[in-house]
Ligand binder design. Structure first.
Ligand SMILES: [Zn+2]
Length: 233
């Protein structure tokens, strides 16, 4: 029995290392995903700004075209003035010019407003693009580091797995599966020592009779409280 327990202790040590290596891998994968997600988030914002800019540029082009037409109307009306014969008609054309100039001025105000918005968006976009460049460089650099660390971790995992398999081969199947069940259920601690008559897993006192049996070391003992397998040093 002692020999099997020693094998199990060795196995548990490897399983704990493997669990830790898996957690390390998960950590690196999460970090990698986090970096990519943050970059994607800024990229989406930059794309949205670009789309808004596109709409504003179209509005601006339309307003400029409109302004051209309005300026032409003013010029045409002004050119008619010298040939006008009557005071009434003169006043009417002046009024027409005045109205057209007002409209033209309103268009100019809209154009200025849009130009202001475009400037703001372009500044915002430039800022986002700078951030993106920095992020891409950082993500790529850290990505390489993570890749190296992951591959190192993976090598460690596969080496330990090989050792584990050869150890597991020497254990009875029923004992191995019992151990694995408890390992999964008891947060990676299936096999524990006994100190001062108590289980080192749950720290509950063991019945004196079981304590004596443990001392004899003839059969496998489980803690009656947490079900972990017990060994005596
Ligand atoms: Zn216990």
């Amino acid at each position: 029995m002692q020999e099997k327990l020693n094998l199990l202790r060795e196995l548990q040590e490897i399983d704990q290392e493997l669990a830790q290596a898996a957690a390390v891998r998960q950590g690196f994968e999460d970090e990698s995903q986090g970096l990519t997600a943050e970059q994607d988030r800024v990229q989406v914002m930059a794309d949205e700004l670009l789309a808004q800019l596109d709409v504003l540029q179209q509005d601006l082009a339309q307003l400029r075209q409109q302004q051209g037409i309005e300026t032409d109307q003013i010029k045409k009306a002004e050119s008619r003035l010298p040939a006008i014969q009557t005071q009434k008609e003169y006043v009417a054309v002046l009024k027409e010019i005045d109205m057209a100039k007002k409209t033209c001025l309103e268009t100019q105000t809209q154009i200025s407003e849009i130009n202001k918005q475009i400037d703001e968006l372009e500044a915002d976009l430039a800022e986002k693009n700078t951030s993106l460049d920095i992020m891409k460089k950082q993500t790529a650099a850290r990505g390489k580091e993570i890749e190296a660390l992951l591959s190192e971790n993976e090598q460690k995992i596969s080496a330990r797995r090989a050792t584990r398999e050869s150890l597991a081969k020497d254990l009875p199947k029923s004992l191995l599966s019992k151990y694995q069940r408890i390992f999964a259920r008891r947060e990676g601690l299936a096999l524990v020592g006994v100190a001062e008559g108590a289980c080192c897993g749950c720290h509950m006192q063991l019945p004196p009779q079981q304590y004596n049996q443990l001392h004899r070391g003839t059969e496998l003992q489980s803690c009656p409280h947490c079900n972990r397998l017990l060994y005596m040093d």
